[in-house]
Design a protein around this ligand. Structure first.
Ligand code: DGJ
Length: 727
C-alpha cells in the first residue's frame, strides 16, 4: 500500500481506489505530485510533465530541468504544491501551522529528516480516530530549519476503502517555549480550481442544510468556533469537480474526526489551483509547548471517488460503520424507543412514568427513556445541572427501572454532564468549576454555564457521579446532551498564558469523560445530543452509537434533515422519533423515522386504540426493513433543497435482494407524469414492489422507473419496499 522509491525519494500511497504521491525535493521539502485514481509509480522523469504551471519559476523544474529552489534568483514557488507548507516565507496560501519561536519569529520551514512505514495505525493521544483495519501508516519526520522543532506527519491508507487519513504531531525539542497559533491536520493542493464545495450548515431545528459554494479565486472557509456545538457548520463535506453528477466524475469527501472548533480553508489561487487545509480553528487558539512537550492534531480524512457523489456517500457510510462505530450492545437488535421529553417535559412523577411504561409495552416499545428533569430540583431548565442525584421527592427511580425490567422493557436516562447551573449545589460549593470571565457578568444561555473540563478534577468528579448513577440503577441506555455554546471561555484552572488552550482542552476533557463512561458501561446503548443535532460528527461517533438528529420533529421539515445528514452519516446513527406534532399521521411520520434509529416522543396516554394498532404495524414494518436500512447503500433520489415538490431516498441491501424507498409529496400536484428511477438493484433480478405489487427486473425499475404518477395528497408520504422474488 505504501511504496518508497529511495533513489528518487518518492512516496506512493496506493490501493485499488486511489494513488497519493509526493516526493522529497533536494532541499527536503515535501512536494505533492498527484492525488486521484490509481496510477503506476512516478519517478523524476515525470516531474516535467506533471509541472502544474508554465514558466521556470513556478513549477517543480526550471527550463534546465533543475528543481526550482528558493535561492534560485527567479524562484517564485508560491504556487508549489506542498505537504507541509512553509509559513511567512514564499508560500502565501493558507498555512497548515503557525508557530511562534522563542525569538518571536513565526517563520517556519520544515524539511525531511527520516521516515517509517508500518502496518496498522497509531492511536491519537486523547482524541477519537478511526480503528485499525488492514492499513499501513507512513510517518515522515521533518525538522524546522531554525529551531529544534519537529513535525511527525502521519498518513494512513487502508486496503479496502478509498480513504486517506492525516494528522500531525508537533514536538518541541528546543530548550525554549514555543507557541502554536494554528495546528492543521491536512494540506491538499489540487492542480485545478474547477470544484465546488458541498457543505452542511444549520441552526437550532434546521440542522444540516445543504449548501454548495464555488471556490473560484477566493478563500472559502467552513468553520465552527462555538466550542463544540456544530450546528453552524458540520465538519464534513465534499469537493465536487465541475461536471460530476451522482454516478460519474470526481468527488472528494473530506472532514475531521473532532467535535470542537475546526476550520477548513479552501483557497483558489491566481494560477487556478486549490489549496485545502483542514484542522483546528485558529480563533482564540494559542497552545504553549514547553521544551519536550508535543501537540497532536485531530485526524483528518479524504475519501476519493471517480464514480460520482453516490460513491462518496457509500464509502462514508461503510467507513463509519466498519472503522469507527462501536458495535451495538447485545439485546438492542429489535429496539423501538419511547422518550418522555415531548410527552411530559419536566412534569412527571413515579405514577405517571409507571403508566407511561404500561402504555409503552402496549405500543410494542422495548426501550423507555426518561429525559430531563429526574435529578436535583429540576422542575424547569433554570437549575440543578451538576447535581446528579435522583430527586427522590419526584421520582422513585429504582421502582420505575425495576418495573420496566419486570415487564421486559429496557430503561434509559438523560444527562447533560458538561454543564452546570449557577443555581445548583455544585456551583455553590465549587464556583471554580465553571468556565467564565470573572470580570464580567457571564452569558447564561438556558440559565447554565459550561464546566471547566480543562481541569482534571472536574472530569473526575462528574465522571464518577454519572457512572455511579448508571451502575447503581442498572440502566440500559444513556442520552448525553449538550445544550449551549462556550462563551467567555476563561478557565480558572489554567494560567493566564494558557487561556488560548481552553477550547481544545475542553474537548479533550469531554472525550476523556466519554471514554471513561463507555469503558465503565460498555453494554449501554449510548446516544449523544446537542440541543437537537448540534453536535453531529465523527468525533462523537467514536464513543456513541447514535446521535439525536434534531429537535425539529415535524415530519416534512425532518425530511430535509434526513436527506442531507445521510449524504455523509449512515442511517443507523440518525436519532429519529415519531412525535405528536401537527403535520402528518402517525403512519406517515413513522415512514420518515424508520429511516433512522426509530422511536416515539409523545404522550402515550393520549393515544387511541387505533393509534396503538397503527404504531404496532409501523414497528413491524420498521423491524422488517431495519437490516436493509442499517446496512445497505443509501441513494438520495430527489433533492428537496432543489425546490422540488418531492423528496425521495432509497436504501439497497448489500446483497441487492431488498430495497426500501421513501417518497413524499410536499404540495398537491396531481396528474403529472412522474417515474422514480430506482438505483442499485441487480438488473437481472426480479423484484416485487409494495406500491402496486408488480414484479419487474431491476433494469426496468432503473431505466423506465417506478410509476408514481398517481395523485397524492399534500404531504402524503410512503415507504415502498422492493423484494427479490424467485422466478
Ligand atoms: C435538548 C434535546 O434536544 C431534547 O431532546 C431534550 O433532551 C432537551 N434538551 C432536554 O432538556
Amino acid at each position: 500500500m505504501i511504496v518508497f522509491d529511495s533513489d528518487n525519494k518518492f512516496f506512493h500511497l496506493k490501493n485499488k481506489d486511489l494513488s497519493y504521491v509526493f516526493y522529497v525535493n533536494q532541499l527536503g521539502v515535501l512536494i505533492k505530485l498527484y492525488y486521484g485514481q490509481p496510477i503506476h509509480d512516478l519517478g523524476k522523469e515525470h516531474l516535467e510533465s506533471i509541472n502544474e504551471l508554465s514558466g521556470d519559476a513556478h513549477g517543480y523544474l526550471d527550463s534546465d530541468g533543475k528543481e526550482v529552489i528558493p535561492t534560485s534568483p527567479r524562484f517564485a514557488g508560491s504556487y508549489l504544491p506542498q505537504e507541509i507548507p512553509t509559513f511567512l516565507s514564499y508560500d502565501k496560501r493558507p498555512a497548515l501551522f503557525k508557530i511562534e519561536h522563542s525569538d518571536g519569529s513565526k517563520v517556519t520551514d520544515f524539511r525531511y529528516v527520516s521516515h517509517t512505514i508500518s502496518k496498522g495505525k497509531p492511536a491519537l493521544k486523547g482524541l477519537p480516530s478511526l480503528r485499525e483495519g488492514n492499513c499501513e501508516t507512513l510517518c515522515v519526520l521533518l525538522k524546522d530549519q531554525k529551531d529544534d522543532v519537529f513535525v511527525e506527519a502521519y498518513y494512513t491508507i487502508y486496503d479496502d476503502c478509498p480513504i486517506l487519513l492525516r494528522h500531525n504531531r508537533i514536538i518541541n525539542k528546543s530548550k525554549n517555549v514555543i507557541r502554536l497559533f494554528k495546528a492543521g491536520s491536512l494540506c491538499l493542493d489540487l492542480p485545478s480550481n474547477d470544484y465546488s464545495i458541498l457543505s452542511l450548515h444549520g441552526t437550532y431545528a434546521t440542522d444540516r442544510e445543504i449548501e454548495t459554494t464555488r471556490i473560484n479565486h477566493n478563500i472559502v472557509t467552513i468553520d465552527e468556533n462555538a466550542g463544540g456545538k456544530g450546528f453552524y457548520h458540520n465538519p464534513m463535506g465534499m469537493l465536487i469537480k465541475d461536471g460530476t453528477n451522482t454516478e460519474n466524475g470526481e468527488a472528494i469527501g473530506f472532514g475531521l474526526i473532532y467535535s470542537g472548533n475546526f476550520a477548513f480553508n479552501f483557497a483558489g489561487t491566481q494560477m487556478e489551483q486549490i489549496r485545502a487545509v483542514l484542522g483546528l480553528n485558529e480563533e482564540n487558539f494559542c497552545f504553549y509547548l514547553e521544551s519536550g512537550e508535543d501537540f497532536v492534531t485531530p485526524e483528518a480524512f479524504l475519501v476519493y471517488s471517480n464514480k460520482g457523489t453516490y460513491e462518496v456517500t457509500h464509502q462514508f457510510h461503510n467507513i463509519i460503520r466498519e472503522h469507527l462505530l462501536r458495535p451495538i450492545p447485545k439485546g438492542f437488535e429489535k429496539t423501538v424507543l419511547l422518550n418522555s421529553w415531548e410527552g411530559t417535559y419536566f412534569n412527571f412523577n413515579t405514577e405517571l412514568i409507571l403508566s407511561y411504561l404500561d402504555k409503552a409495552k402496549e405500543m410494542g416499545v422495548t426501550l423507555f427513556v426518561l429525559d430531563d428533569g429526574w435529578f436535583g430540583n429540576r422542575d424547569d431548565d433554570t437549575r440543578s445541572l451538576g447535581d446528579w442525584e435522583v430527586n427522590k421527592n419526584k421520582i422513585d427511580l429504582k421502582k420505575v427501572v425495576d418495573y420496566a425490567h419486570e415487564i421486559g422493557l429496557k430503561f434509559g436516562l438523560w444527562i447533560e454532564p458538561e454543564m452546570i447551573n449557577p443555581d445548583s449545589n455544585l456551583f455553590r460549593e465549587h464556583p471554580e468549576y465553571a468556565l467564565y470571565d470573572r470580570g464580567l457578568n457571564p452569558t447564561t444561555f438556558r440559565h447554565q454555564l459550561v464546566l471547566d473540563l480543562t481541569n482534571p478534577e472536574v472530569v473526575d468528579v462528574i465522571s464518577e457521579k454519572i457512572i455511579s448513577i448508571f451502575k447503581t440503577y442498572g440502566l440500559d441506555y444513556c442520552k448525553w446532551d449538550f445544550n449551549r455554546i462556550l462563551t467567555e471561555p476563561v478557565s480558572p484552572f489554567l494560567t493566564k498564558e494558557r487561556q488560548g488552550e481552553v477550547f481544545h482542552r475542553f474537548m479533550l476533557g469531554t472525550y476523556e469523560m466519554m471514554s471513561r463512561f463507555v469503558r465503565s458501561c460498555p453494554n449501554i446503548l449510548f446516544e449523544t445530543c446537542s440541543g437537537g443535532g448540534g453536535r453531529f460528527d465523527m468525533g462523537m461517533l467514536a464513543y456513541c452509537h447514535q446521535i439525536w438528529g434534531s429537535d425539529e420533529t415535524d415530519g416534512p421539515a425532518r425530511t430535509y434533515i434526513h436527506y442531507s445528514t445521510n449524504l455523509f452519516y449512515p442511517l443507523q446513527v440518525l436519532g429519529a422519533h415519531v412525535s405528536a406534532r401537527k403535520y402528518l399521521s402517525i403512519k406517515e411520520k413513522a415512514a420518515i423515522a424508520m429511516f433512522g434509529t426509530y422511536g416515539y416522543e409523545l404522550n402515550p396516554l393520549k393515544l387511541s386504540e387505533k393509534d396503538i394498532s397503527d404504531i404496532r404495524e409501523c414497528n413491524e414494518l420498521y423491524l422488517s426493513l431495519k437490516d436493509t436500512i442499517y446496512n445497505g447503500d443509501y441513494y438520495p433520489l430527489i433533492n428537496p433543497y432543489d425546490g422540488s415538490n418531492f423528496v425521495s431516498w432509497e436504501v439497497v441491501s448489500k446483497d441487492k435482494n431488498s430495497a426500501a424507498v421513501f417518497l413524499m409529496n410536499y404540495h398537491l400536484i396531481n396528474w403529472r407524469s412522474r417515474f422514480l428511477k430506482i438505483k442499485g438493484l441487480d438488473p437481472n433480478k426480479l423484484y416485487k414492489n409494495s406500491l402496486d405489487g408488480s414484479v419487474f427486473y431491476g433494469d426496468f425499475y432503473a431505466n423506465v422507473g417506478l410509476n408514481v404518477t398517481a395523485g397524492r395528497d399534500n404531504f402524503t408520504d410512503q415507504v415502498i419496499s422492493f423484494t427479490v422474488v424467485n422466478e
